[in-house]
Design a binder for this molecule. Structure first.
Ligand code: DUC
Ligand code: ZN
Ligand code: ZN
Length: 509
């Protein structure tokens, strides 16, 4: 056959199967054959996988890049942004498309879906989408697509612009926040979004936390000077996530529309999702490596060191929450494991240090610490090393939750699998016998952030090659791909089950 790349002798894994001694034949960036001893003409590029695992490139559908920075930085409503919950990301406090996607490919991720974020006062999402296109164009090392964050769902936006978003721009998902003053939607507004999303086949992602509990707890903790970074967790006990999760599942059931609960951190919320799925509602769950590998004690370090691990929902106190999340991956409650790469530099006045700028306390005030952690590069290796190689999940489950399901959920039809017709997005691991486990340091990573929350963790393997559409972009620790190689991907509708046409009242919206 006429290949231009053959990956030889791998242990090829898909979401359902493992084939040892398997080759992958690639032509013009597409996989055209998978099987043993593929015949290739002389001179064709070959990579010997040496019996090592070969998996589909990671698909990370929860990545924040260049958010706020430049894309309407003049547009920020400072009066609401100064509550510290929207990080001011000018001065490269966070990752841009350049640094963030460089980091992605170095960790075996070949496609990211990032966010184009509307500001509350914006009356149109079209310029928002255009702004993010400008930020990403010619900047990306890997393929990319957008979700749109909706903070102001006007009638014009949901009725007239959502159809344009889907048809003209190829964007088939939105994210909503139930908390954060500058972003949150009331239940009424969530129904407005769901009503339109249902008609158009849009997947709605929801950040589910009860905003009034958070506000009340934060005010009262502050009066008692309980403002150390770890009290970020005190202000958001698991019931904060569980109540909002249960409520938004009810809204989705009323509207008969699929939703994804993003970054789920606790056993309680997981139970609500599981129960809804058991009733066959199209409710999907996402969790993240930080909830699998870190606990709240990471926020207790030093006076302010713990700010590095402040994210929302917070890391949990109780190992039982972590165990429930692992169980939820195994039993299928969690459709995907994403990074929620939401980075801020630690040693920067506009980064985590914002938490020290109020009140002269050595441990600062948690409410001003920008929420979020870097993790786009570590997600796939963490799940492979701490999941597959530690015996917690099978190689197939790893592929399912880090790649295949994400591609299906978000309508990335040519991504997420090793099979004829799929893009040749491939990760080749090191043969296990020859790999020397190591402890991670931030210097090994390729992001623009000055720390990793996973510092010191042991890795038992790491991607040896990352290949995107048939091109090697990362090899033996070095990014060899070019900025701008990554392409924008127009997405189709979700390939996972959608509305069921079962209604709770006589009126069928
Ligand atoms: N939600 C996210 O999705 N990412 C970072 C912070 C947050 O609250
Ligand atoms: Zn969120
Ligand atoms: Zn996020």
């Amino acid at each position: 056959m006429d290949f231009d790349l053959v990956v030889r002798n791998g242990t090829v894994v898909t979401a359902s199967d493992i084939w040892e001694g398997c080759d992958i034949g690639v032509k013009d960036g597409t996989i055209i054959a998978v099987g043993p001893r593929l015949p290739a003409k002389p001179g064709v590029e070959e990579i010997d996988a040496e019996g090592a695992f070969v998996t589909p490139g990671g698909v990370d559908c929860h990545v924040h890049l260049s958010q706020v920075y430049e894309a309407g930085v003049d547009n920020i409503d400072k009066s609401v942004a100064t509550d510290g919950l929207i990080p001011d990301r000018e001065n490269y406090v966070a990752d841009t498309y350049d640094t963030g996607t460089r980091s992605a490919v170095a960790g075996g991720t070949t496609t990211v879906v990032t966010f184009a974020s509307q500001f509350k006062k914006d009356e149109s999402i079209i310029p928002v989408i255009e702004d993010y296109h400008k930020l990403a164009k010619d900047q990306s090392y890997c393929d990319y697509a957008f979700h749109v964050i909706i903070t102001n769902p006007t009638e014009t936006i949901v009725e007239k612009e959502f159809p344009r978003m889907v048809d003209e721009y190829g964007i088939t998902s939105v994210k909503l926040y139930m908390t954060y003053k500058p972003m949150r939607l009331r239940d009424y507004q969530i129904l407005d979004v769901m009503y339109s999303a249902r008609k158009l086949g849009i997947t709605t992602m929801v950040h589910a936390e009860n905003t009034d509990i958070i506000d009340w707890m934060t005010e009262h903790l502050e009066k008692k000077l309980m403002t150390h970074p770890h009290h970020h967790g005190t202000s958001r006990p698991p019931i904060v996530e569980a109540e909002a999760t249960n409520r938004v599942i009810s809204l989705a059931e009323l509207m008969d529309t699929p939703i994804l609960l993003v970054h789920i951190s606790s056993a309680h919320a997981t139970k609500h999702i599981r129960e809804a799925q058991t009733r066959l509602l199209p409710i999907y769950g996402e969790t993240c490596p930080q909830y699998l590998f870190l606990l709240a004690d990471a926020m207790r370090k030093g006076d302010f060191e713990g700010a590095k691990c402040v994210c929302s929902p917070p890391l949990r106190e109780d190992k039982a929450d972590q165990d429930a999340i692992w169980a939820g991956i195994k039993n299928g409650t969690f459709t995907i494991v994403s990074s929620d790469h939401a980075p801020n530099k630690f040693n920067h006045p506009n980064g985590k240090q914002r938490g020290l700028q109020h009140g002269n306390l050595p441990y600062g005030k948690f409410r001003y610490i920008p929420n979020g952690l870097p993790g786009v590069e570590t997600r796939v290796p963490l799940l492979f090393s701490g999941g597959v190689l530690s015996g917690r999940i099978s190689p197939q489950k790893f592929v399912e939750v880090t790649s295949t399901n994400a591609a299906k959920l978000y309508g990335l039809k040519k991504k997420g699998a090793i099979g004829p017709g799929f893009d040749a997005d491939i990760v080749i691991w090191y043969p296990q016998e020859s790999f020397q486990p190591f402890n991670l340091t931030n210097e090994m990573l390729h992001h623009a952030i000055d720390y990793t929350p996973f510092e010191g963790l042991e890795f038992k393997n790491w991607p040896r090659y990352t290949i995107i559409r048939g091109k090697v972009v990362f090899s033996h620790g070095e990014v060899v791909g070019k900025m701008g190689y990554g392409q924008f991907i127009r997405r189709g509708k979700s390939l996972l089950p959608g509305p069921r046409d079962i209604w709770l009242s006589e009126w069928r919206p």
